[in-house]
Each structure stands twice: as C-alpha cells, then as structure tokens.
Design a binder for this molecule. Structure first.
Ligand SMILES: *[C@@H]1O[C@H](CO)[C@@H](O)[C@H](O)[C@H]1NC(C)=O
Ligand SMILES: *[C@@H]1O[C@H](CO)[C@@H](O)[C@H](O)[C@H]1NC(C)=O
Ligand SMILES: *[C@@H]1O[C@H](CO)[C@@H](O)[C@H](O)[C@H]1NC(C)=O
Ligand SMILES: *[C@@H]1O[C@H](CO)[C@@H](O)[C@H](O)[C@H]1NC(C)=O
Ligand SMILES: *[C@@H]1O[C@H](CO)[C@@H](O)[C@H](O)[C@H]1NC(C)=O
Ligand SMILES: *[C@@H]1O[C@H](CO)[C@@H](O)[C@H](O)[C@H]1NC(C)=O
Ligand SMILES: *[C@@H]1O[C@H](CO)[C@@H](O)[C@H](O)[C@H]1NC(C)=O
Ligand SMILES: *[C@@H]1O[C@H](CO)[C@@H](O)[C@H](O)[C@H]1NC(C)=O
Length: 357
C-alpha cells in the first residue's frame, strides 16, 4: 500500500531519495559533519533572489540565472539579499530589491524566508546561512517579525552572546542535532537584537574583503569591512570568520552595479586570471586557512562549487543537482528548462526502480 502510493506519487520519490542519501552527509558530505561551522568553506550566492532569467525578463540587475531553491539544490549554503522598505497601500513592507525597488523587486522578505524554510524542511541534514544587507536600516523587531511569520525562526541558531565570538563554533552535527540549522547575519543592526538573539550583527562575527571590483587582476584578501580591522593579521587575531567576496562588476558608466557576465566563466573557474581558485589560493596563503565563506555571482558557472570542494578537501559530494556551467540567455533558457524536467522524470524512474528492487 505504502509502496503503491509512493509509485503513484512519483514526484515524491526523488525527494525521499535525497533524504535517504542526505542522512549520511551534512551539507553534501559526510566529511563535514564533525567540522566546526567556521572550519568549512560555505559557498555563497551573492544577491541570491535577484535573477536574470525568464521570470525577470532577463533583467541586467540579476546576479543568478536560477532561484534560491535551485541554488540550495546545487550546493549553495549561504544566501545574501538586500532588504528594503517599500510602501504598499500605506503600509511599509520589507522587500528584497536590488539597489532600489524600481530596478528589481524580488518580492517580500517573508516569502523568501518561506522558500528557504520549505527547502530546509525537505533537507534536514543541512545548515544554511542567510546574510541580509539591511539597506533601509530596518529594526531587529521589523526583521524578526518576518522571521516569525515565515516560521523559519524555529530553525534559527542564537549565539551564547550577541557581541562575543564563540571560542569554537558548533559542528554541523551539533547544529543539526539541535535543529538550529539556520545561521542569520545582518549588516548591520543599529540597535541590539535583544528579543531576536538569532539576528547576528555581521561584522561582530565576520570580516570581508572589498567587493567592488571591476578588474580581474585587482582582487584583494585584505580586510575591508569592518573598517577598523587594518591588516590581515589583525583580522585573523580578532577571531572573526573571513567572508571572501569574489565577483566582478561591469565597468559601468553610471555607477550602477551590474555584474560582469561575459567573464564569469573565468571569474568562477578553478584557474585563470582573476579566477575563484586563484583567489582562494591567494587568500589561503595570507590567512593560513581558507575563508569560511566565498560569495559569488552566477553560482553555476565555473562551477564555483568545484573550487569550494577543493578548499574543503571534499570529494564525492552527494545529493546535489548539477545545473551545468552555461550562462542562460533568452535563446537558451527554454531548452535548459526542458532538459531539466526530462532529467527530473529520469531521476524519478530510476528512484522508483531502486526503491522497489
Ligand atoms: C579547518 O581545519 C583544518 C585542520 O586544522 C585546516 O586544515 C583547514 O584549513 C580548516 N579550514 C577552514 C575553512 O577553516
Ligand atoms: C524555482 O525555479 C524552478 C525552476 O524554474 C521553479 O519550478 C520553482 O517554482 C521556483 N521556485 C520558486 C520558489 O520560485
Ligand atoms: C512610507 O510612507 C510613510 C508615510 O507616508 C513615510 O513616513 C515613510 O517614510 C515611507 N517609507 C518609505 C521607505 O518610503
Ligand atoms: C545542542 O547544542 C548544545 C550546545 O551547543 C550541545 O552541547 C548539545 O550537544 C547539542 N545537542 C545535540 C542533540 O546535538
Ligand atoms: C586596479 O588596481 C590598481 C593598483 O591599485 C589601480 O591603480 C587601478 O585603478 C585599479 N583598477 C580598477 C579598475 O579598479
Ligand atoms: C568584463 O570583464 C572582462 C575582463 O576584464 C572585460 O574584458 C570586459 O570588458 C568586461 N565587461 C564589461 C561590460 O565591463
Ligand atoms: C569563457 O567563455 C568564452 C566565450 O564564450 C570562451 O572563449 C572562453 O574559452 C571561456 N573560458 C573558459 C575558462 O571556459
Ligand atoms: C593572486 O596573487 C598573485 C600574486 O601576488 C597576483 O598576481 C594575482 O592577481 C592574485 N589574484 C587574485 C585573484 O587575488
């Protein structure tokens, strides 16, 4: 009976299939389970909800071809977004917008958090990090209300103290065991998040290198934010986690930050001038260990995950969807989407056969 129902609802089978394999792995690899949260290089999707695909009419303000759910399916474990206040019928609502809500509005913070929560409910052995850029200085209670409304607050980790970096961050196994699998950082909070202790002020716990770069030979490993850290040695000594930005902006005329897509296959590659692999090597040399986070645009290109696996010394990762390394354009997207659904059908059939036999 159970089996028959399963076979009828063939869409359920790939889901069960990933759950079964995921139980032996944490964030796609058994090797990562016992490692501390900070002792892992997490792949980050910069401006995760801002898409350049059919949904947005191939907006030049997009940073990725595939949405947050697909990013997570493909191995991304850090998601960043800008939070803006938007007036809608007299009420201020928190929306995810790229620079301004007239340029690109990806919907409400709440619905995005619901999307992430739905993914995390399906993938119970995964730790996900959300990094919010607090563009209009929303208060902790404004932000916290959206976390509560989405239900994702139930999965949120809170540090022992809002202003003290833990001596040792928990391991993935501990975070998974406590079901505190969501790590949330905000840049920045101007008032303490006393009632919402899971909203961590980003720069109390992390530092990052410069992100505004238009030249493949100009990446730097030096700390840029918070601004008072000075040298790499001082940043290291502060015990903050290192977030390495690695994306390239176009040489834009009007100062609008459009990301360089024509060079992205090199930017996200393992080797080459201005590649992710080169930056990881350089910065690992500077700090004596790889960064805890790397933030990229066009996450599928490269693919960026290959350099991250190398930094983690992970081989044979499981449970990921491979989206290919191509850029999506108006002409190609239809084909890619069809291939995607064909692949889903094939996986469903293989999953069914494996389950029955
Ligand atoms: C994690 O720890 C191992 C062992 O000390 C070290 O080799 C590796 O570089 C560390 N990785 C990160 C991202 O901290
Ligand atoms: C993400 O993209 C996939 C493929 O286009 C689509 O099926 C899915 O509905 C999208 N998810 C959300 C939450 O938009
Ligand atoms: C929204 O409208 C109110 C009332 O008109 C105003 O005080 C507030 O500044 C507006 N907020 C934004 C983000 O425009
Ligand atoms: C929950 O977290 C605490 C503190 O980090 C840890 O001591 C404990 O082992 C965790 N519980 C599980 C089930 O992992
Ligand atoms: C790259 O760095 C060099 C040396 O710091 C600087 O002179 C140049 O203006 C930078 N180029 C860009 C495009 O930022
Ligand atoms: C993208 O980067 C490449 C490599 O630096 C450069 O040749 C190209 O002009 C850039 N594209 C734009 C639009 O800035
Ligand atoms: C990147 O794409 C360009 C243009 O399609 C191609 O000429 C180049 O060989 C590609 N480089 C890599 C590293 O894939
Ligand atoms: C890495 O370091 C080399 C040598 O200092 C430099 O030429 C290169 O531009 C750097 N690349 C990146 C991506 O940091």
């Amino acid at each position: 009976m159970f089996l028959r129902n399963l076979l009828r609802a063939s869409a359920v089978i790939p889901f069960l299939y990933t759950t079964v394999t995921a139980q032996t792995a944490c964030n796609n690899s058994p090797d990562l389970c016992s490692r501390s949260y900070s002792n892992i290089t997490h792949l980050g999707a910069h401006d995760s909800p801002f898409l350049r695909n059919q949904e947005t009419g191939f907006s030049t303000s997009g940073n990725h071809f595939y949405n947050t759910t697909i990013q997570l399916d493909a191995g991304v474990r850090m998601l960043s977004a800008q939070v803006h206040k938007k007036n809608k019928s007299g009420t201020e609502t928190l929306h995810l917008c790229h620079s301004s809500c007239t340029l690109l509005d990806a919907g409400t913070l709440r619905s995005w958090l619901e999307e992430i929560k739905a993914w995390m409910d399906r993938n119970t052995n995964d730790v996900v990090t959300v990094l919010l850029v607090n563009s209009d200085n929303a208060s902790p209670s404004d932000l916290g209300a959206q976390f509560s409304a989405s239900g994702i607050d139930q999965l949120a980790y809170a540090p022992p103290d809002a202003s003290t970096i833990p001596q040792a961050w928990p391991t993935l196994t501990t975070l998974i065991g406590n079901n505190t699998r969501l790590m949330t950082f905000v840049a920045s909070l101007s008032t303490p998040a006393t009632e919402f202790p899971y909203l961590m002020n980003q720069y109390a716990f992390m530092f990052e290198n410069n992100f505004e770069n238009t030249d493949p030979s100009n990446y730097s490993c030096d700390p840029s934010r918070p601004t008072n850290l000075g040298t790499p040695a001082a940043a290291l000594q502060s015990n903050r986690m290192f977030l390495m930005n690695h994306f390239l902006y176009d040489d834009s005329l009007f100062g609008i930050q459009i990301t360089n897509v024509t060079y992205a296959n090199v930017t996200n590659a393992e080797t080459g001038l201005g590649s992710l692999g080169e930056s990881l090597n350089n910065c690992t040399g500077v700090y004596g260990k790889p960064p805890s986070f790397v933030m990229v645009d066009w996450f599928n290109m490269g693919p960026a995950i290959a350099s991250v696996d190398k930094a983690n010394e992970v081989t044979g990762a499981v449970g990921r969807t491979n989206m290919g390394t191509q850029a999506l354009t108006q002409g190609t997207s239809g084909v890619v989407r069809q291939r995607g659904s064909l692949l889903a059908v094939v996986v469903a059939v293989v999953g069914a056969v494996a389950f029955v036999s």
